[in-house]
Design a protein around this ligand. Structure first.
Ligand SMILES: [Zn+2]
Length: 134
């Protein structure tokens, strides 16, 4: 299968953010919500080397917090809704934002590891570099 390697770091991370294989941009990176496929179903690039662990969750917490907290503070100071509305609204928005961002952020983290040749991705990266020199 034809593999079109990313032009640079940004494209690889964008492919991962979209849940696509960072190597070809076609195959799906995830076979379940947060389970990364062992290999790309399109190009066969091994993806099981990733060690994302809890880092995507920490990033999502930071992103959601930086977006939502200023909005909550602004709304609650200027047009405070009833307490019941606040108690239902803000946690719901935070939950939706967190669940929406978790898979894309994990995909981006895996793509960063793939691009940098971290963990077990170094063998494939060296092979790509050797092929590029030929
Ligand atoms: Zn692929």
């Amino acid at each position: 299968m034809r593999r079109i390697l990313p032009e640079g770091f940004g494209q690889a991370v964008w492919r991962g953010f979209r849940g696509r294989c960072p190597a070809c941009g076609e195959g799906r990176m995830f076979h379940k919500f947060l389970k990364v496929s062992d290999a790309c179903p399109h190009c066969g690039e091994e993806l099981h080397h990733h060690r994302a662990d809890d880092f995507p969750a920490y990033l999502v917490i930071a992103i959601v917090g930086h977006i939502l907290v200023p909005i909550v503070l602004s709304v609650e100071t200027h047009i405070p809704p009833p307490v019941g509305v606040s108690m239902a609204l803000w946690p719901s928005i935070a939950l939706v934002m967190a669940l929406s961002l978790l898979q894309p952020v994990k995909g981006a983290v895996v793509a960063v590891q793939w691009f940098g040749g971290l963990h077990g991705f170094d063998v494939a990266k060296k092979a790509r570099q050797a092929a590029a020199l030929l």
